[in-house]
Structures are given as structure tokens and as C-alpha cells.
Design a protein around this ligand. Structure first.
Ligand code: PEP
Ligand code: MG
Length: 583
């Protein structure tokens, strides 16, 4: 008999999902499982054989091209990978699995890899035990090739594979942003992890997928078995494993109610976000990839307030070149048909690494070479991105946003590089918007305190509350151990936001919030009351935030916000905000 139990974590994306657990290791999240009809099995075996051959050729080519000066370990590592690939356990047994399980090749080799890794984990010698990483790396190579040459499934078979996937709930110890971005191509029902913070980029991506998700469950991956039925309540942050019949019925009902509420919200999709006393608030969308535009359109957002371009750089060996970037930015600009599109320059570093397996070597990556600091230290990155952005500006209403500004010197150097990119395009007669607007993220306390100076030299400001909270309160936004201390209502955070709003108002420069605070309905009235006229959030939050605005009077919100800002005690602020939200 299966025992039912529940685990509590932090809900980062609301809603309820009911499905079967799919345990994943970090490395192989991309692998989907589907069954194939009998007549396609031998084709699948051949697809597998070809993929193994192709990896073998690649590895041999790499080994042959190694210079004499290359470290000896590199050559022997490739030799080890080639040996592993030639071993029956990786080159033959997956074929048997494909035939026996009638499944896709990616799944077969993943099953086999899990088995081998389990055997390695039994080894006492630590060095030998860690060789499992080599197996994982070799298998990853094969899977990458397989993904580039998909099976010949009919569209009906693909739809049925997707349908099965929709019912799966991903259970992982941790998921990096680079892993999570790949979920956009999948249709999981929900995902849950052992670690993670509410405003970590993984959580942000979960919200953008609009599927329930929970982080900081501590030991979910140990406690849950593959295939077990689980309920994920993203609103309450609860996972129920092996629910009994009555609990299941109750949650199915809750799930229906949630869906009805979401449908009801659709009624205000085309309604202007205006308070009852006529103040217009602009609700913009945050996106990570051009494919998010469909969700932006469905949400009724009036523009894009934050396009996080770093996701274009993830899961790649090389940085995307100017052409690839230009194509992505242009696609977004054109799809928005003249509406504002604020594109942020590369914000790599800290929890956002190009690859999930990148080892971060500095002690405090969030305080390290991140965002604008990284781009200024490697100006070629900036040059390429600025040229791509400027070229794309010819095709729509693009504005550029610089992340993590701390000093005016950084801003001025950035402007010089932007000018240099403009000069190079002029020389080549390539059209672009000469007057492209330049904005800065206010997400470091130093920048908020000095916001007036930044406002003088910029066209607009955008408050990144996720980092502003992290840096003001000295709380790592990805660390669940201190997640309970991460609080947007801390009086010092509110004061910094107010300083920025006032600086913008004084100099006539628009100010928005594009951090997760903007999409939190419990904070909408406070932020609008503090003077914000533009909020940018994930498309899935736009309608519920709009509903808050439609039921408010700006004059009352202003009065209420003043009362909140007079307080210096966090507990009292929390109490007053929840009281004022009821009105
Ligand atoms: C922020 O810090 O609030 C922000 C919007 O940027 P990111 O979450 O990408 O760091
Ligand atoms: Mg930030």
C-alpha cells in the first residue's frame, strides 16, 4: 500500500496540477519519453546508431585537432569518452531498450545512463565514483545529436506525446535558469525543486511558463518516487504525494475553480488599466525569448517593459553573433507593431550562467562580474549587442535598458560604446533609430540613492526590485535558507523605491518597476499609490494586477501609501498593507 504524505515549500507560481512525478537529474531535462508504433522501431534504432557514430566522429576530430601544447589530460579525457561510447553498455544496450520498451532513443539512453550512474554511486573510492560525470557528459552529447534529428512521428503521435508530458510533474533537486529556459519547449504540468528562492531566475521562469511550481521543498527528490501520483498546489506551496480519493476529489474541484477564475479574468483583457478616478496605469510584459510574444498578446499588455536577452545566450557553446541577436530583437519589435519594446542588454553572471554545468568560481557571484560590469570588461560583447539592437530599432519601437548600473562612470562608458556602435553602422549605411532611448535599471542601492544623477543622463529608469531587495537586505535571492527574510516591504526597500520615483518625477523621466514586485497583486495598490504609472511583469499576472487597479481610487491609494511610508517597522507595514488591500 502506498502511503500518503505532504511536503511544504515556497510556492512561486500559483495554480494546481495533478500528475505523475518525473524525477530528473539536472543534466538531462530535455529528454521526453514517448512510445513509437512497431513499424518505426527499427528506424529509431538506426537513428540511435547514427547519433552514436556522429558523436564518435566529433570526438575523434576534436582529439586530432588538439595542439601539442594542449594539456595531456584533455587528450586522455576525450580518449575516455571515446572508450565509454564504444562500450556495449552505451552503444548496444540502448538499442535493446528501444526494442523492448518501444520508446524513443533519447529515453532509452537516458534509462541506461541512470542505471550506470547508480552503479558508479555504489563505488567507495571517491575518484572512481565521480567518473559517473564522464558517462553523463557522453550521454549528453548523444542526446544533443538526437534532439537535432527528431523521430518521424505523425502530428497525432506528437500531440499524444505532448499530452502525456502535460500530465507529468517534474521533480528535481535544483534547476538552473539555463535548464529552466528549455522548459519553454515542453508542456509539463508543474515543477518542484528542493532548493531555490522566490525571485531566483528559475522561479521567474516558472512564473512565465504559467504552470504551478514550488521551490525550497528540501527533500522532495529523495522522498518522491518516479511515477507516483502527486498534487502540486502552487498557491499554498504544498505537495501531496499519493493522495487518497477524497483529497484528490477536493483538489480536482479546486483546480476547476482556479481555471474558472482565470477564464473570468479574460473579460478585462481589452479594458484600459485605469483607476476609478481616471488615472491610467500602463501594464507592460516581461519576456525571456521571442516565443513569449504569444503570451504577451494574449495578456493584453500594452508593450514590453523588460526583455531579458541573456536567455538568448544560454545553453550555447559560443555567444550568439550579431545576426542571430538582430533576428531575435527584430522579431520581437515587429511582432509588437510599434508598441514600446524595452530590451535589456546582457545580464549574465550570478545565477544566470550560459550553461547549467558552468562552475562559478568566485566566492560571491552576485557581487561579482555580472551584467554591465561583464560587458564593460569585454567591450566586444557590448559592441555586438548594441549593433544588433540598433539595427533592429529600424523595425520597431525599441528602447535599450542597461542592467546593474552602480556608478555614473559605468553609464558614460556604456554610452561611448553605444556611440561607437552607431558610428560603425553609419559608416556601413545601415539604418537605425538615431534617437533610440536609453534607460537604466535601478537595482543596486547605490544607484537608487543617486537616482537623480542617473535620471539626468538617461531617458528612463526601471526599478529591478528583485536585485534591489537582495542587495539592500544582504539576502541571496536564490538561497532558500534566508528566503523568509527576503521581504519587499522592508521600510528601507520602500524608501529606495520612493527615492527613485521622486528622482524621475523631478526630472520628467518615466520610472517603472520591472521586478517581481510589479506582478504581485498584494503590492499593486501600494506601488501605484507611491506614484508609479508603469508596471512590467510576466504576462500571466497582467489581468489580475489590472483587476486591482480597476477597483481603486488613485487619491485614496496616495493617502494610504503615505501612511505606509511613514512607518519604520516591517511588521507594522505588513499589517497596514494587508488591511489597506481589503478596501
Ligand atoms: C530585477 O532585478 O528586479 C530584475 C528585473 O532583473 P533580474 O530579475 O533579471 O535580475
Ligand atoms: Mg536584476
Amino acid at each position: 500500500m502506498t502511503t500518503s504524505f505532504s511536503i511544504h515549500g515556497v510556492g512561486v507560481s500559483s495554480g494546481i496540477a495533478i500528475g505523475h512525478a518525473h524525477l530528473v537529474s539536472n543534466a538531462l531535462l530535455e529528454v521526453v519519453h514517448y512510445q513509437l508504433p512497431a513499424h518505426l522501431i527499427e528506424d529509431e534504432v538506426e537513428r540511435f546508431t547514427n547519433a552514436v557514430e556522429s558523436v564518435k566522429t566529433d570526438l575523434e576530430q576534436i582529439r586530432n585537432s588538439l595542439r601539442n601544447s594542449a594539456p595531456a589530460e584533455l587528450g586522455s579525457l576525450i580518449g575516455t569518452h571515446l572508450m565509454m561510447l564504444a562500450d556495449k553498455s552505451l552503444s548496444e544496450i540502448p538499442k535493446d531498450i528501444i526494442r523492448k520498451e518501444q520508446c524513443n532513443a533519447e529515453w532509452a539512453i537516458k534509462l541506461q545512463m541512470d542505471d550506470i550512474v547508480d552503479q558508479f554511486e555504489q563505488i567507495e573510492d571517491e575518484y572512481l565514483r565521480e567518473r559517473k560525470q564522464d558517462v553523463i557528459q557522453v550521454v549528453e552529447r548523444v542526446i544533443k545529436v538526437l534532439l537535432g534529428h527528431p523521430s518521424q512521428l505523425t502530428s497525432e503521435q506528437q500531440a499524444s506525446a505532448i499530452n502525456k508530458e502535460r500530465k507529468r510533474i517534474l521533480v528535481a533537486h535544483d534547476i538552473s535558469p539555463a535548464d529552466a529556459i528549455q522548459f519553454k519547449q515542453h508542456q509539463f504540468g508543474a515543477f518542484i525543486t528542493d532548493v531555490g528562492g522566490v525571485t531566483s531566475h528559475t522561479a521567474i521562469l516558472a512564473r512565465s511558463l504559467n504552470i504551478p511550481s514550488i521551490v525550497a521543498l528540501q527533500r522532495a527528490r529523495d522522498l518522491i518516487n518516479d511515477g507516483e501520483l502527486i498534487i502540486v498546489d502552487g498557491t499554498q506551496g504544498v505537495v501531496i504525494v499519493n493522495p487518497d480519493k477524497s483529497i484528490l476529489t477536493e483538489y480536482k474541484l479546486k483546480q476547476d475553480q482556479w481555471e474558472i477564475e482565470q477564464l473570468k479574468l479574460q473579460r478585462i483583457k481589452t479594458t484600459k488599466a485605469m483607476t476609478m478616478d481616471g488615472a491610467n496605469i500602463e501594464l507592460f510584459a516581461n519576456i525571456e525569448v521571442p516565443e513569449d510574444i504569444a503570451a504577451v498578446k494574449a495578456s493584453g499588455a500594452t508593450g514590453i517593459g523588460l526583455y531579458r536577452t541573456e536567455f538568448l545566450f544560454m545553453n550555447k557553446r559560443e555567444m550568439p553573433d550579431e545576426e542571430e541577436q538582430f533576428t531575435a530583437y527584430r522579431a520581437v519589435a515587429e511582432a509588437m507593431k510599434g508598441a514600446e519594446v524595452i530590451i535589456r542588454t546582457l545580464d549574465l553572471g550570478a545565477d544566470k550562467q550560459m550553461n547549467p554545468d558552468t562552475v562559478v568560481t568566485c566566492a560571491n557571484p552576485a557581487l561579482g562580474l555580472r551584467a554591465v560590469r561583464l560587458c564593460l570588461s569585454e567591450p566586444q560583447i557590448f559592441h555586438t549587442q548594441f549593433r544588433a539592437l540598433l539595427r533592429a530599432s529600424h523595425y520597431g519601437n525599441i528602447k535599450i535598458l542597461i542592467p546593474m548600473l552602480c556608478t555614473l562612470a559605468e553609464l558614460r562608458q556604456t554610452k561611448l560604446l553605444l556611440e561607437r556602435a552607431k558610428v560603425s553602422l553609419r559608416k556601413e549605411d545601415i539604418p537605425f533609430n538615431e534617437n533610440i532611448a536609453l534607460g537604466g535599471m535601478i537595482e543596486i542601492p547605490a544607484a537608487a540613492i543617486n537616482a537623480e544623477a542617473f535620471a539626468k543622463e538617461l531617458d528612463f529608469l526601471s526599478i529591478g526590485t528583485n536585485d534591489l531587495i537582495q542587495y539592500t537586505l544582504a539576502i541571496d535571492r536564490t538561497d532558500d535558507a534566508v528566503a523568509h527574510l527576503y521581504n519587499p516591504l522592508h521600510p528601507s526597500v520602500l524608501k529606495l523605491i520612493l527615492m527613485t520615483i521622486k528622482a524621475g518625477a523631478k526630472l520628467g523621466k518615466p520610472v517603472s518597476v520591472c521586478g517581481e514586485m510589479a506582478g504581485d497583486t498584494k503590492l499593486t495598490k501600494l506601488l501605484v499609490g507611491m506614484g508609479l504609472k508603469r508596471l512590467s511583469m510576466h504576462p500571466s499576472h497582467i489581468l489580475s494586477v489590472k483587476q486591482q487597479i480597476l477597483h481603486s481610487h488613485l487619491s485614496q491609494l496616495n493617502l494610504n501609501a503615505r501612511k505606509v511610508l511613514d512607518l519604520t517597522d516591517l511588521e507594522k507595514i505588513e499589517l497596514l498593507v494587508s488591511k489597506l488591500n481589503l478596501r
